[in-house]
Design a protein around this ligand. Structure first.
Ligand SMILES: Nc1ncnc2c1ncn2[C@@H]1O[C@H](COP(=O)(O)OP(=O)(O)OP(=O)(O)O)[C@@H](O)[C@H]1O
Length: 593
């Protein structure tokens, strides 16, 4: 038995319900009529626990209702006047939604029976906006029947229906009222008179009229409960807003792909300079000059050196291919050369054999190459080609024994010192205090790396800003989406969804959204840079590849980082709108529609 005691409700000083007390029977169909604006819907909202801003008490079966959500979950179904559904769910999902929210177990046979009786069995996979007004009302009714509530509150159940449709709905309600309490608010006194067991009039805040006690034909079997997760709800919401979200996804994916391409390019370039340094032909070579520019008369004595020699003025000899002068930097091969990687051929083994860089090979490999010095001419053979690297230029390397033939070209102003690898820096530092020292490869690495560091800084600022903007956009779009869903949230709460579950559902959806964006973006990035590396063969043209390197633990760190940052941002974005929605005035939102 539902009992209202001394209920008072005011809207801004105006009393709408005035010390109203009434006891409703367990079953029967009670009609409530009254002038427009007298407070019929307001009273229904109070009984349906949608409104808690009133004075007075409500009892059910003799017990004061304290847990309002539990009461709605266990005993009440509400047929709203307008938009009594979630637009993103199918009719079937809408029908089962109250049971899922209330954790009520329902049999699919019962669902089938109800929808067949109401003639909506073929409409289950449609969306609410694809139904007519009459079909929608029948779907609302089916929803209340499936939940098997003891109290069904109906706000204008026949509003906007044709006469015959209205009659049908009232007939169904009448049938249900044999075992349940059906309270109907309507503007149609004829219909109320025709179908209701008792018709009450709301006047000056009071319900006037007699309530007929009806006999219950049978007791409703108690609900059996089952845990439901509502997992389909967030999926459906995302699917429903896919057009809006596609734009968001697309933008976010582009930013993530750009992020990975820039990061991998920088890692790749750094790696390439490192590798080039490791494999450089002149890796451990130091050029040394006296500070006062005087020639060296004796070799200097320094430990941890592999070889030491005077420099050769190789610009005084002419290098030619057929009739053409070759513009190439000329060096002697160091004695220690096991670190050198060749893309073709083998290392030179005598003074007529040369090693050349990849660009040199491309230009001159099909022509005879000669070296002319002081009327003598040597014909040279290319035996090996260097692997193209980050520093690749037009270079030629003569075998070191060729020096014996070029003694006239000795330049005593400069020494060439070849060090042992692990002592290279020490030797360099020691020499630099007394001489002018120069290490070709070191200079190149330094200049490239400072350039790369600058590029890294600019790229870092750029991708950091882009990522920030895209995350902000994610936040804004999520907030907008949530505010657009105000009605859905108010509706779910009216069905008895607790704030805790609403919060968890929102988190779940935020995880889903953030996860989809991050996973899609990361997968796309992998595909893009694998494609650039392997299909476009970027290494051939730029001597480096896009490369993802470990940042902390493994090369997947950055994926995890992007994934986490999107999850966190997505969750943070929904916290504010969700908390605001929990505080919103449900009734105002429901009335807005
Ligand atoms: N949020 C609000 N602030 C101020 N007054 C309100 C608010 N909501 C409703 N009212 C007023 O409360 C009164 C009762 O409204 P209610 O909707 O319950 O009436 P009703 O009898 O259902 O009307 P109708 O039959 O036209 O639907 C109305 O006069 C209405 O203007």
């Amino acid at each position: 038995m539902l009992e209202l005691k001394n209920i008072c409700k005011q809207y801004q000083q105006t009393t709408i319900i005035d010390h109203l007390s009434i006891t409703f029977p367990d079953t029967g169909m009670i009609g409530i009529q009254g002038k427009s604006g007298c407070g019929k819907s307001t009273l229904l909202y109070i009984m349906g626990m949608l409104d808690d801003d009133y004075q007075g008490e409500i009892f059910y079966n003799g017990e004061k209702i304290t847990d309002r959500k539990a009461f709605v979950n266990q005993h009440v179904s509400f047929m709203m006047q307008n938009k009594d559904y979630v637009a993103s769910l199918t009719v079937k999902e809408n029908l089962i939604l109250p049971c899922h929210i209330s954790h009520i177990h329902y049999h699919s046979t019962l669902l089938k029976k109800i929808v067949t009786q109401l003639g909506i069995q073929d409409l289950l996979s449609r969306y609410p906006y694809q139904l007519s007004g009459g079909q929608m009302k029948r779907a609302s009714l089916a929803k209340a029947l499936l939940k098997q509530s003891e109290i069904i509150l109906c706000d204008e159940p026949t509003g906007a229906l044709y006469h015959q449709q209205a009659q049908d709905v009232m007939k169904y309600l009448k049938k249900i009222s044999q075992n349940t309490l059906v309270i109907i608010v309507s503007h149609d006194p004829q219909l109320l008179k025709q179908y209701c067991d008792s018709v009450l009039t709301l006047e000056q805040g009071q319900l006037k009229g007699q309530i007929k006690k009806m006999k219950k034909s049978m007791d409703l079997s108690p609900h059996s409960y089952q845990h439901h997760t509502l997992w389909f709800y967030p999926f459906r919401q995302i699917l429903h807003q896919r057009n809006k979200l596609m734009f968001l996804f697309f933008f976010q994916w582009i930013v993530i792909v750009a992020f990975f391409c820039i990061v991998t390019a920088i890692f790749g370039a750094f790696d390439a300079t490192k590798q080039s340094e490791q494999q450089a032909v002149l890796k451990n070579i130091i050029n040394v000059e006296n500070k006062d520019g005087t020639p060296f008369e004796n070799m200097i004595d320094i430990p941890n050196v592999v070889a030491i020699d005077y420099a050769y003025q190789l610009d005084q000899c002419q290098l030619m291919a057929t009739d053409e002068n070759i513009e190439a930097t000329r060096y002697f091969l160091p004695q220690q050369n096991h670190h050198i990687r060749l893309s073709k051929g083998r290392m030179p083994q005598n003074e007529f054999e040369i090693l050349v860089s990849y660009p040199f090979y491309q230009q001159y490999h099909d022509q005879p190459i000669t070296l002319t010095y002081q009327q003598k001419t040597l014909t040279l053979t290319i035996t090996g080609v260097l692997k193209q690297d980050f520093f690749s230029q037009n270079e030629i390397y003569f075998y070191h024994t060729l020096k014996n033939q070029l003694s006239e070209l000795i330049n005593q102003h400069e020494l060439i010192i070849e060090t042992k690898t692990s002592f290279h820096q020490d030797v360099y530092d020691t020499l630099s205090s007394d001489y002018i020292v120069y290490s070709e490869i070191q200079e190149r690495v330094n200049s490239y790396q400072s350039l790369l560091s600058l590029a890294q800084l600019i790229a870092g600022i750029f991708i950091g800003m882009s990522l920030l903007i895209s995350l902000l956009l994610l936040g804004i779009v999520e907030s907008i989406i949530y505010f657009e869903r105000k009605h859905n949230v108010a509706y779910l709460l009216s069905l008895g969804l607790s704030h805790r579950r609403l919060f968890l559902l929102s988190l779940y959806e935020a995880f889903l959204l953030g996860g989809l964006i991050a996973t899609g973006g990361c997968l796309l990035s992998m595909v893009v840079y694998e494609y650039v590396n392997h299909v476009l063969c970027i290494e051939q043209y730029f001597s480096f590849s896009l490369l993802l390197k470990p940042v902390i633990f493994s090369r997947y760190d950055l994926y995890v980082f992007i994934f986490l940052i999107y999850l966190v941002m997505s969750v943070l974005s929904v916290l504010k709108p969700v908390s605001q929605m929990m505080k919103m005035n449900q009734i105002e939102v429901l009335r807005e529609e």
